[in-house]
Design a protein around this ligand. Structure first.
Ligand code: FE2
Length: 228
């Protein structure tokens, strides 16, 4: 399936027993599926997959699912802020996608947002996250309609694109932090955020708290990580 048209509607592979699509993929790949033992394997495989102009999105989903979270792999990206969740750039995939670790403190959540016509995969590396989906607003001034609510647990992968609606993600735990690994393809630096009560939109710029394990400030000054 092409990554250029954002109409992918997967049977979300949150269940290990969802064998059917894996068998189909196995046949499609000529009996060879990548083996992912650690985060570096995942990064390397994603780079290989995205070398193609016609990216196999099912294969992206497969490798994201295959990786089993190990804190030793990602602790250098795990940088938290007391007040809001942080985005920490892991890899830019030769400009074709962004791989980002999002670190959620207790009770932290996102605003309701779209995905700028990109694919979004979200894998849980630590803790769990709630995803609340909304329909696109039909009329101005209308409250956004909630259409789905689910918890995404450790190592599960959720998928989202604009044809599936809008969503908000939150760490509803009062005691545990959460970390998620997001793949956005193509990468984007602006998205729309929505007011739940009025449907009103505004533009939001995607910023990074750290890149490649190094903390950055607004003025681009690189400083030492504050916490890991
Ligand atoms: Fe999102």
């Amino acid at each position: 399936m092409s990554a250029t048209v954002c109409q992918y509607h997967p049977e979300v592979n949150n269940n290990d027993d969802d064998d059917y699509s894996e068998i189909q993929l196995y046949k499609q790949m000529g009996g060879q599926l990548p083996i992912i033992n650690n985060l570096q394997d995942l990064i390397n495989q994603l780079r290989v997959i995205f070398e193609s102009d016609n990216v196999n999105i099912e294969l992206v989903n497969y490798v994201m699912n295959s990786y089993k979270s190990n804190p030793l792999d990602w602790k250098k990206y795990a940088k938290f802020d007391r007040y809001r969740y942080t985005r920490n750039l892991v890899d830019t995939g030769n400009g074709k996608y962004n791989l980002i670790a999002l670190c959620w403190g207790e009770g932290h959540g996102s605003s309701i947002h779209d995905h700028s016509n990109s694919h979004c995969f979200m894998k849980i590396l630590q803790g769990s996250l709630d995803e609340i989906k909304f329909a696109w607003p039909k009329e101005k001034g209308q409250q956004l309609e909630e259409i789905e609510r689910k918890k995404i647990e450790l190592n599960q992968v959720a998928y989202m694109n604009d044809s599936l609606g809008l969503h908000r993600v939150e760490n509803s735990s009062n005691v545990d932090t959460a970390i998620s690994l997001h793949l956005y393809c193509p990468p984007y630096n602006k998205c729309k955020v929505f007011n739940q009560n009025t449907g009103q939109t505004s533009s939001s710029t995607v910023t990074f708290y750290s890149t490649f394990g190094k903390r950055i400030k607004e003025n681009k000054e690189i400083i030492e990580p504050e916490d890991n």
